[in-house]
Design a binder for this molecule. Structure first.
Ligand code: SAM
Length: 101
């Protein structure tokens, strides 16, 4: 099983879909999530989740009962949409970092 946080455009899922029987990925941004759902709609082995990985990942892995590779790639970038920037601002506030975003 392959478990990814941070779907973005789905390139990693696309690259790995032939290598795993089951692939799970979660994306925070609703528009990127919708694009990924569209992109992978014909691949039954791929499940796309929407939300903050810190909340969704525990739910996703609750069903994992086999060896899994975790690709933890959910992070902020300058190209991140507003919802992602806000979540990271909130996370930074919670952990007390002062770095500007
Ligand atoms: C570097 S891209 C991921 C690239 C993708 N994993 C790949 O290899 O093709 C990072 C993605 O993480 C998403 N992201 C950022 N924070 C997130 C969070 N807390 N939960 C889920 N996704 C998040 C961003 O919106 C962005 O799409």
């Amino acid at each position: 099983m392959f478990v990814e946080t941070g779907t973005y455009l789905g390139e990693m899922i696309n690259a790995q879909e032939g290598n795993f029987d089951r692939l799970l990925t979660v994306e925070l941004d609703p528009e990127l999530y919708r694009k990924a759902v569209r992109r992978f709609r014909r691949l039954a082995q791929v499940s796309v989740f929407q939300g903050d990985s810190s909340v969704e990942l525990p739910k996703m892995v609750a069903a994992v009962n086999e060896p899994a590779i975790f690709w933890l790639d959910a992070h902020y970038s300058k190209a991140s949409p507003p919802a992602v920037r806000l979540t990271h601002l909130s996370l930074r506030t919670r952990v007390g970092t002062a770095a500007p975003i």
